[in-house]
Structures are given as structure tokens and as C-alpha cells.
Design a protein around this ligand. Structure first.
Ligand SMILES: [Zn+2]
Length: 142
């Protein structure tokens, strides 16, 4: 899915892991690296910047560990441009409402830019993932 997209209208969100101090030595985490990706949601396109934190105390046994933002997995599957909300939406139209791929495509292109082939692919992704990807919303504490 390497379609050239116009990113000018996207919103940016920054994600951080919930753990912000080292469970081993109690030092506050600092950023090890960050990465960004584009996620197409029903509500529009998001520029998601994931900040990966870790312990920088060289004496700490935990200093190799990298803590990634948990929320990223709730937004989109690894390696996919389209958000989970898009996949669930497509899956419901296809398998609950028995709509054709083409009908779903026609409906979706009013909201987001997607190809017929991508709709077909995401139908399969929905079937493959629905049994073990019900995202559990965790309480944000801090
Ligand atoms: Zn530590």
C-alpha cells in the first residue's frame, strides 16, 4: 500500500508509553528514539509520532529495555496504513450487512482515499484479526 498521499490536512498526535519511570531503579525514563507513521482513520489522516522511552542509567539492569506506546496498537495494526476503525467498519459492512466490496468502496471513498484492492485486502485482514484483536482500552493514569 504505497500510494502517494497528500499529508497536508493531517493532524499530529504524540504517543508515549504509560510507564515513565524505571521499575528497576526508579529513574525517570528518557526518550530512546521516536518514529512516525501515517494512519488513515475514518475521521481523517493522522500523523502518529510514537515516543519510545527507556532507562538511561548505565548501571541499571533494565537499561536495554525499550518501552513503546501501547496506544499505537489500538490505532492501527503493525504495517498497515489504515486504522483499526476503518478495518472494523469495512468488516461490518461486508459480513454483517453483506455488502459487496464495490459497494463498500463506493461508500468509503466519500470519507477517505482508498482503492478497491485495499478494501478487499482489509476484508481479509478483518476476518484474520477479529478473533484476537479486540482492543482493550486501558485507563489513562498519568
Ligand atoms: Zn533503570
Amino acid at each position: 500500500m504505497k500510494t502517494a498521499r497528500n499529508h497536508s490536512e493531517s493532524r499530529r498526535i504524540d504517543l508515549y508509553p504509560q510507564t515513565k519511570t524505571c521499575p528497576q531503579c526508579d529513574q525517570p525514563f528518557s526518550e530512546k528514539y521516536h518514529k512516525q507513521r501515517w494512519i488513515v482513520k475514518l475521521s481523517g489522516e493522522l500523523k502518529v509520532v510514537s515516543h519510545c522511552l527507556g532507562c538511561q542509567n548505565p548501571e541499571c539492569a533494565n537499561s536495554e529495555a525499550v518501552y513503546r506506546p501501547e496506544e499505537e496498537n489500538l490505532l492501527a495494526l503493525k504495517g498497515y496504513t489504515f486504522g483499526l476503525d476503518v478495518i472494523v467498519y469495512i468488516g461490518q459492512l461486508r459480513y454483517r450487512d453483506n455488502k459487496t466490496i464495490e459497494a463498500i468502496y463506493n461508500q468509503l471513498t466519500k470519507k477517505i482515499s482508498i482503492s478497491l484492492k485495499e478494501v478487499a485486502l482489509l476484508c481479509e485482514v478483518f476476518l484474520a484479526k477479529r478473533d484476537h484483536s479486540s482492543p482493550r482500552r486501558r485507563e489513562a493514569n498519568g
